[in-house]
Unconditional design. Structure first.
Ligand SMILES: Nc1ncnc2c1ncn2[C@@H]1O[C@H](COP(=O)(O)OP(=O)(O)OP(=O)(O)O)[C@@H](O)[C@H]1O
Length: 286
């Protein structure tokens, strides 16, 4: 449905997005990468806010770089720095954006307020909203035109844990029928909702896989060991330590290694975050 072919964006000598090719279908895609990996640059190109230096973006086979209006009609975008108008109520805010987007169905605004669970706050000024409420209003705004593609940049920054959960759940449900691209540098943000993870590093797409496939590859490589501090110190230079925690006088270490790293180390089920780290080490070693 959304096809990226050899997409490149350069800023001077920097290749912020470096030869990315992908086929994306409905479902949630978690776009993961450290700060500066190129996530926002990629999403801005998909949202037709900036043009690629080279490469193609096709929506159902049609070139959206040459014809951005084809994408804009079918796109919802929630940028990283989304701001609400503090003096407008949630309802007024959505009415304003509905007018801008040519959405004339007042019942749609009501339905969206319900979808994002703001129906009881429709007449409150957004100035008094929490971070999570603002984000949910942002999503409602992005869904006004019933988009087929929803792009959300760093959606949970500044949200408390409960708001995070609620927001993830909302995106997850939207992903049942739409393509939802969620960028984040926090793996747990997309852990339980993304059908695929796209991992970027220095502009390149290094992994595009389901979380299950990533976990499967890491199984058999993640070990847990309870070590004396001296033993830990001597081991940590030889293996990849994923996590270490002091427990009493000893150190509980989780280690990524192809074989048992030390006597007594037990194979352990990897978390998704650990699977990603193990994958990174494997790529570095390749
Ligand atoms: N307009 C610009 N001009 C020059 N360099 C830019 C511009 N926009 C982004 N960059 C550079 O491109 C690279 C990728 O940036 P980008 O914002 O896409 O990364 P990101 O993965 O979204 O990071 P973050 O999580 O911090 O938002 C960075 O090195 C950044 O400094």
């Amino acid at each position: 449905m959304l096809t990226l072919k050899n997409l490149v964006k350069t800023y001077g000598a920097l290749r912020a997005v470096d030869d990315v090719s992908l086929e994306l279908r409905p479902g949630v895609v978690g776009l993961i990468g450290h700060n500066g990996a190129g996530k926002t640059t990629l999403m801005q190109m998909l949202a037709t806010l900036s043009k690629p230096s080279s490469g193609q973006i096709l929506l159902d086979g049609q070139d959206i770089v040459a014809h951005p209006e084809l994408m804009r009609r079918r796109l919802g975008y929630l940028p990283q720095d989304f701001g609400v108008y503090p003096h407008l109520s949630a309802l007024e805010f959505l009415q304003y954006f509905a007018a801008l987007k040519g959405v004339r169905d007042p019942a749609r605004i009501r339905r969206l307020l319900e979808l994002v669970n703001l129906q009881d706050h429709a007449h409150r000024q957004a100035a008094g909203f929490s971070g999570g409420m603002r984000q949910r209003l942002g999503i409602a705004q992005a869904l006004l035109n019933d988009p087929d593609v929803l792009i959300v940049d760093e959606p949970t920054a500044g949200l408390d844990p409960e708001e995070r959960l609620r927001f993830r759940h909302l995106l997850s449900e939207i992903g049942f029928s739409k393509l939802v691209i969620v960028s984040t540098h926090i793996v747990s943000d997309v852990e339980n909702m993304a059908g695929h993870l796209a991992i970027m590093r220095q502009g390149k797409l290094v992994v595009y896989e389901s979380p299950e496939a990533l976990l499967q590859r890491a199984r058999g490589q993640v070990w847990s060991a309870l070590l004396e501090p001296q033993h830990y110190e001597s081991l940590r230079g030889q293996v990849h330590v994923l996590q270490a925690q002091r427990i009493g006088a000893q150190i509980q270490a989780r280690i990524s290694h192809a074989s048992q790293p030390c006597p007594g180390a037990l194979l352990s089920e990897p978390s998704l975050e650990e699977a990603l780290m193990a994958q990174r080490y494997a790529l570095q070693a390749a």
